[in-house]
Design a protein around this ligand. Structure first.
Ligand SMILES: C[S@@+](CC[C@H](N)C(=O)[O-])C[C@H]1O[C@@H](n2cnc3c(N)ncnc32)[C@H](O)[C@@H]1O
Ligand code: SF4
Ligand code: SF4
Ligand code: SF4
Length: 458
């Protein structure tokens, strides 16, 4: 990584209403951030909007610019604000640049007009929904403590009606952690979403609202139960939904087993390329570290490119790796987990080293559990076939694939019969480090052998 200039492909999430929201979700980590701006108006001005879009375009090296709106609740700005944001994008658009607009919302204010606007401008919407009624309403409540389920379901129907592309963000917490299939089947069959992102609620118990202390609230997910939650859903997904329903952590895992980058910061070796900007132009290191200590500067005082490439932000991102405990460095699933997000690293390892992830036990169990299936799917990808082929085995001959792909040693012959050492053939992370079997002839040979293995398994 070069020492100067903006971070390559950094991402910025903007919060036009700061921490202001029309709901009062009990677990929300962001509402308390209002205290950081006691005199604030909490509305992004047109001046900040214009400066942000202009600087963001200038600072990006990527021709595709993602303008991401979040909060608090961004829809409280009103539709006119977002119409203006599109005008500003057009004003500063340079040849060859395209925009992807995204918004994360609780859905409460969405109506036909909003959805028409999203549809016309190709917005990708993230809608927060924690599962069926009782599980969703456990914590996602309005300011009066009342339920919100019906209003969010109405938003989902409107988004579908207007063919707006949307994902569901479902948090996993004490209330829904023991109901994985109720949550998953509901989102898949009732909400009919194709893309689901599960977010573990790990809420620190303290008076500051900052990432401090090692106690968690009763609402937080239990680590082992989180692991079992993911396992139950994976076991259903791998039998019937591969290639149809996309679950972010399964995609991350398949990428890791295939030797590709994870695509999200939490599972990357380092982070620091996903910053947030408050309503007044203040930029912080990360959505989960909106704290005075992590304030990088204001876009009116320092160019965004310089903020994103600052030594402080680089250090923030590097520390994800530098502070990884020895226990993680030796862990067999480190290649996919990478100690997950630093915000959750507040427990001690069995030998007393600080900085282990609170969710460790769950991740370990989950990543071990999916190893056989992931090996198979990664090998299908490598052989130029669809990972969805796994369903012909998991659906009809349960467990066979997992047994067939029980991990051999790195130097053992690959079970596909290619005659290659496992690390050169179906090995997963090892492919990153060893010379891949790149020559065309070799690839063909492996492909043929893999097909043979698939036939054998039928
Ligand atoms: C802070 S909200 C802002 C956008 C919008 N108001 C919404 O709810 O979608 C963004 C996401 O963070 C999630 N979230 C809230 N509190 C959280 C917490 N303590 N830990 C992890 N995610 C949390 C929400 O469920 C939501 O999906
Ligand atoms: S809707 Fe979003 S910002 Fe508002 S309280 Fe809920 S999680 Fe927080
Ligand atoms: S601290 Fe966590 S959420 Fe923030 S950028 Fe790093 S990995 Fe991502
Ligand atoms: S599973 Fe646990 S030990 Fe392994 S890398 Fe993740 S947090 Fe570290």
């Amino acid at each position: 990584m070069s020492k100067k200039g903006p971070l390559p492909g950094f991402h910025l999430m903007a919060k036009p209403t700061g921490a202001i929201c029309n709901l009062g979700c009990r677990y929300c980590f962001f509402l308390s951030k209002k205290n950081l701006y006691p005199d604030g108006s909490f509305r992004m001005s047109d001046e900040v909007l214009e400066s942000y879009i202009r600087q963001y375009i200038e600072a990006q090296k990527n021709p595709s610019v993602t303008v991401a709106w979040q909060g608090g609740e961004p829809t409280l700005m009103g539709l006119e604000f977002f119409r203006r944001s599109i005008e500003v994008e057009e004003k500063y658009r340079q040849p060859g640049i395209s925009f992807q607009n995204t918004m994360q919302t609780n859905g409460i204010l969405l109506d036909d007009e909003w959805c028409e606007f999203f549809s016309e401008n190709d917005f990708l919407i993230g809608l927060s929904l924690d599962g069926p009624r009782e599980l969703h309403d456990a914590y996602r409540v309005d300011k009066a403590g009342g339920p919100t389920f019906d209003r969010v379901m109405r938003a989902a129907r409107l988004l579908r009606k207007h063919r707006v592309e949307f994902n569901i963000l479902a948090t996993v917490h004490a209330a829904n952690q023991d109901h994985p299939l109720d949550v998953y089947r509901f989102l898949r069959d009732e909400v009919k979403t194709d893309f689901i992102q599960f977010i573990p609620i790990v809420e620190r118990k303290n008076d500051t609202g900052f990432q401090e202390g090692d106690r968690v609230t009763d609402r937080s997910v239990d680590p082992e139960r989180y692991g079992r939650f993911l396992i139950s859903i994976f076991d259903e997904w791998v039998r019937r939904d591969v290639g149809k329903t996309f679950v972010q952590i399964f995609d991350v895992a398949l990428a890791a087993w295939s030797g590709a980058p994870p695509g999200i910061c939490a599972f990357s070796e380092t982070c620091g390329t996903a910053m947030v900007m408050e309503h007044n132009g203040d930029v912080y290191s990360c959505d989960h570290f909106v704290e005075p200590k992590y304030l990088l500067g204001n876009i009116h005082e320092r160019p965004l490119a310089s903020i994103a490439g600052s030594a402080k932000q680089r250090r923030f991102g590097r520390e994800k790796l530098d502070l990884l405990p020895e226990y993680c460095r030796r862990c067999e699933v480190r290649f996919v987990c990478n100690g997950e997000c630093p915000k959750n690293r507040f427990i001690k390892t069995p030998d007393g080293e600080p900085g282990l992830n609170y969710l460790c036990a769950g991740y370990k169990e989950f990543f071990r559990h999916i190893d056989g299936s992931m090996r198979f799917m990664a090998s299908e990808l490598r052989c130029g076939r669809s990972p969805a082929n796994i369903m012909s085995y998991t659906g009809s001959q349960e467990g066979k694939v997992v047994r067939a792909f029980l991990r051999p040693g790195r130097n053992d012959p690959c079970p596909c019969g290619s005659g290659l050492k496992f690390k050169k053939c179906h090995g997963r992370v090892d492919h990153q480090r060893d010379e891949p079997p790149a020559e065309e002839a070799l690839s063909k040979k492996i492909g043929d052998r893999c097909r043979k293995l698939s036939d054998l398994l039928k």
